[in-house]
Design a protein around this ligand. Structure first.
Ligand code: PLP
Length: 483
């Protein structure tokens, strides 16, 4: 009987629920209107159909597939060098101490912390719940205000004096997506160029914008030399110089994903000059600020340089997933540096509507945590200290791996020196290992990298497994090269 109820729809039921007039205009609906909204049809019982039957199942993204394989792998020595999430020296997920502290302070029941919160986000009697603790109200269309101020300061420095349009986003991914939507609507004639290679999701987020872009990849500019695994500055600046004035160019602020190759300061200076001379619009993805050099200031070098030389429009997609370990809280922001206050105001109004059209408003919990850390001088200092320690750990395991490979005399398939990996930075490196070697590492040694690109994520490496990983690479490479 209940089956019948869910699978059979009768005219009578629909007719009862359909209003006789238009509730917005009060106008009587004509017979044609009623047919258009589908409330008049065959009196016969209509069996419900599987209307989504034709939907094709698509395979999981490679990294998600690997995560599953890794989870099911019974080898106690397995090592995950695929997923880009920071782990501590024991291979555990890390929650920053400052994040824990901010969370406790924000949710504590005594008056002190709430007084601090009240200073950050003044509340009225009406917005203060009866228990005096945090409300769960909508944050407003731009998101959590004190988070946005802190996020701006982290990127542009204290007292930056810039005209910045900012909205909180659902982490860095949504910041990129909203930026793409902004470009499509307001700079529709301008192409967006991405480094080759770039984070795979940049292409995907782009292809998901307007329907007619589906499947489209962003056009690319030269970034690394795949034979030497180093920056191809000449190829890059040549490509950028050749772009049409006003083109939008995507840069990774630091810790380039997937290669780990970042320009040094002098190289950034040269790139910034091309941006200025060719009137390019830089679109900067800031997902790892502080995790590369250990200093949030040093990691923001390129952005600060662009501001210093007066590049008039700069777009920044900012994520706190990695540098605060707030992966699942989805904390991020999109910032647009504008020429004037008036432009910033207009852009802000559009950004609010773009986010409204996708997810209405961003989540508040993680943004309050991040905003609290960024606004409180003591927490901010302690967080920077934790970041420095995390970055140091990554540098340490990076150099340990290189040292092991060098000491074993492991050949490199491209003939380059393994020490090139030590010139990269952040969580990742393009190792230059071909897919067959990566598959061998996975199948024979339970060492999981990203086979399609040979990307290695250093997060899963630690003093306890680095020798095992180096030996596995040594064996897999020699087997592949038949040495
Ligand atoms: N940009 C780059 C280059 C990334 O590597 C990532 C995450 O891996 C992101 C943006 C955004 O991540 P999330 O959406 O988790 O903030």
């Amino acid at each position: 009987m209940s089956d019948q109820l869910t699978t059979v729809v009768t005219k009578k039921k629909i007719a009862m629920s359909a209003p006789k007039d238009d509730s917005l205009t009060g106008r009587k609906r004509s017979r044609k209107d009623r047919i258009d909204i589908g409330d008049e049809f065959d009196d016969e019982s209509t069996p419900a159909q599987d209307v989504l039957e034709h939907v094709a199942e698509i395979p999981d993204d490679v990294i998600l597939r690997q995560m599953r394989l890794f989870r099911d792998d019974a080898n106690p020595k397995k090592v995950d060098l695929g997923v880009g999430a920071y782990k501590d020296d024991e291979g555990r997920s890390l929650v920053f101490g400052t994040v824990r502290k901010a969370e406790v302070l924000l949710t504590a029941s005594h008056a002190g912390p709430m007084r601090i919160y009240d200073e950050l986000q003044p509340r009225t009697e009406a917005t203060r719940p009866k228990d005096g603790l945090l409300d769960k109200d909508y944050p407003g269309m731009r998101g959590v205000g004190f988070f946005l101020s802190g996020a701006q300061t982290l990127l542009f420095g204290e007292d930056h004096g810039l005209h910045v349009a900012s909205v909180q986003t659902v982490a860095g991914s949504a910041a990129c997506r909203i930026a793409f939507e902004l470009f499509l609507r307001f700079l529709p004639d301008m192409k967006i160029f991405a480094p080759n290679p770039t984070w795979g999701n940049h292409h995907y987020l782009w292809s998901e914008t307007y329907a007619y872009h589906r499947g489209a990849k962003l056009p690319e500019y030269q970034y690394i030399n795949p034979d030497t695994l180093t920056l191809d500055l000449e190829g890059m600046t040549q490509n950028l110089t050749g772009l049409r004035r006003g083109s939008i160019v995507l840069f990774h602020l630091c810790g380039h994903n997937p290669t780990g190759v970042d320009p040094n300061k002098a190289q950034w200076d040269a790139i910034a000059d091309v941006v200025k001379e060719r009137s390019l619009v830089p679109f900067i993805d800031a997902a790892y600020q502080g995790l590369v050099s250990g200093s949030t200031e040093d990691d923001a070098y390129f952005l600060r340089k662009l501001v210093e030389i007066g590049v008039p429009t700069i777009v920044v997609a900012q994520s706190f997933s990695k540098n605060m370990g707030l992966y699942g809280e989805r904390v991020g922001a999109l910032h647009v540096v504008c020429e004037s206050e008036e432009t910033a105001r207009k852009v802000t109004s559009q950004l609010k509507m773009l986010t409204r059209g996708i997810y209405s408003m961003p989540p508040i919990h993680g943004a309050r945590i991040a905003g609290y850390i960024l606004s409180d001088p003591t927490l901010r200092m302690a967080w920077e200290e934790e970041l420095r320690a995390a970055s140091l750990r990554l540098w340490k395991v990076r150099s340990l791996l290189v040292a092991e490979l060098v000491s074993m005399g492991t050949p490199h398939p491209l003939g380059v020196d393994w020490s090139v990996l030590a010139s990269h930075g952040g969580m990742f490196s393009y190792t230059g290992l071909p897919a067959e070697v990566c598959y061998d590492l996975r199948e024979e040694h339970s060492v999981y990298m990203v086979p399609a690109t040979g990307r290695l994520c250093f997060c899963g490496l630690n003093e306890g497994n680095v020798v095992y990983v180096a030996e596995a690479i040594d064996k897999a490479v020699r087997r592949h090269m038949e040495i």
